[in-house]
Design a protein around this ligand. Structure first.
Ligand SMILES: Nc1ncnc2c1ncn2[C@@H]1O[C@H](COP(=O)(O)OP(=O)(O)OP(=O)(O)O)[C@@H](O)[C@H]1O
Ligand SMILES: O=C(O)[C@@H](O)C(=O)CO
Length: 422
């Protein structure tokens, strides 16, 4: 038995993969839909797409291709992962993709469960809350691509999809999995296509997981994965964890390309404890130094340092310094040049036996993983919520990819110390 997950963006895919692993399922993640078969024994395969904000027809065809591939790999149950803030518009992609997946699986009913209480996303009487406010009153109201102006999930999903929706409220969830199953059967009987599930806490997600474990298709944020993985572990023999996979070897580096407030704090903190090299951005942007030459110089500087603690190489700048650079050279030009430098540096470091890359920043992470040619990886233990270790499928190469705002202040030191037991 295998679970196939189709996620509509990369960080969302890593998020759900991490919850699956933390709750007992061995998981591999793929960037985009693979073209080759995958035969290693794992419990879940996660395909990350870039389909959250593309045209709906494109999102549907990407999801159907991913579904076909997952079916060919022996997956029997499927999870469509979207954002815990239900990022979409009335014409958004969640409804059309859900309908297409239901159709391809010859099913007529599924659940909608975006809640992730640990991150402040809860669903109450079908209304989605972000922290203490309704979704439509949160920052998502003014999201540049997917502004959310309604918080009532049954209305949102009915507007996007081909069927009607009703809510399984928390009072039913509190009565346990059998009560939820009975309610789902009633809703299906009444002709509804979608059941929106309330969840105010993790226990509710555990009940949800037990109640929906038999559905061919479930949909939601990453929270439902907690309940589903726990139930899966009870119902099926899960693939063994290979501890040796997480025993790191070779040198380690920290590459920080994020300028977020949190990364600035983490860099400042690390500079007090470990070796740190600041990237000189201006000569790179004026063309005074070629990126290849500069990457080589930085690599030499790293190799001249002791192996531990891991050297930090950072472009991280304060808001005012960042603003000055961006004003002078343009946002796109400066971003692209620094990302290119990190990509070249990562390759040079890899060639010099660096095998662990701790990276800060989403775009920076994507430039580095692409340069290192990593498009499929095992998901390991998390250092912070949403930041799991990953290991390239068939190579001893470990990465920790941190979103700009994630992680505690001592994240970089803690990550190195972690023994990474599962
Ligand atoms: N000193 C700098 N001057 C100008 N641009 C910089 C500087 N340092 C980093 N950058 C660029 O800023 C961008 C930061 O984006 P990135 O996605 O890596 O971090 P983030 O936005 O904090 O993270 P996330 O997307 O995960 O929230 C990158 O394109 C990087 O190259
Ligand atoms: O569900 C979430 O909030 C995240 O996994 C996400 O989708 C990030 O883009």
């Amino acid at each position: 038995m295998k679970l196939g997950v189709i996620a509509d963006d990369f960080t969302g895919a890593t998020d759900i993969a991490s919850f699956l692993v933390n709750n007992g399922m061995t998981t591999v993640q793929f960037n985009g839909c693979p073209t080759q078969d995958f035969s290693q024994p794992v419990d879940a395969l996660v395909v990350s797409l870039k389909s959250r904000s593309c045209p709906a027809e494109q999102a549907v065809s990407l999801a159907l291709a991913a579904l076909r591939w997952l079916q060919q790999q022996g997956c029997s149950h499927f999870y469509f992962k979207y954002c815990s803030t239900f990022d979409s518009t009335e014409r958004g992609n969640i409804g059309p993709v859900t309908d297409a997946l239901l159709g391809a699986l010859a099913q007529s009913f599924t659940v909608i469960s975006p809640a992730l209480p640990v991150n402040g996303r809860s669903v109450y009487q079908g209304y989605l809350f972000v922290g203490e406010v309704l979704l439509e009153e949160s920052g998502m109201r003014n999201h540049p691509i997917t502004p959310m102006r309604d918080s009532y999930l049954p209305r949102l999903i009915s507007a996007q999809g081909q069927g009607t929706a009703a809510c399984v409220n928390y009072q039913v969830i509190e009565r346990g999995a059998q009560a939820v199953k009975a309610k789902l059967a009633d809703l299906r009987q009444a002709g509804h296509r979608y059941a929106v599930l309330d969840a105010l806490n993790e226990h509710h997600l555990v009940v949800q997981g037990e109640a929906v474990a038999d559905l061919k298709l479930v949909t939601g944020g990453s929270g439902l994965a907690i309940g589903l993985a726990r139930q899966w572990k009870k119902d099926h023999a899960t693939a063994p964890v290979q501890q040796s996979r997480w025993q790191r070897s070779g040198r380690s580096v920290i590459l920080a390309g994020s300028c977020s407030e949190r990364t600035n704090q983490q860099v400042a903190h690390y500079r007090e404890h470990g070796p740190a090299i600041a990237i000189e951005v201006e000569p790179l942007l004026t063309g005074a130094v070629r990126p290849e030459t500069y990457a080589h110089t930085l690599c030499e500087q790293v190799l001249a340092l002791p192996e531990a603690p891991a050297p930090l190489i950072y472009a991280t700048a304060s808001p005012s310094a960042l603003n000055a650079i961006q004003q002078k050279f343009g946002v796109e030009k400066s971003s692209a040049a620094i990302e290119q430098l990190f990509a070249l540096l990562a390759v040079a470091l890899y060639q010099a036996n660096v095998r662990t890359f701790i990276v800060a920043g989403g775009e920076t992470s994507s430039a580095i993983t692409q340069a290192l040619g990593i498009d499929a990886f095992h998901i390991g233990p998390a250092v912070s919520p949403g930041v799991p270790w990953i290991r390239a499928l068939d190579a001893p190469l470990w990465l920790l990819l941190k979103s700009g705002n994630f992680g505690d202040i001592d994240f970089f030191s803690r990550a190195q110390r972690q023994e990474t037991p599962l």
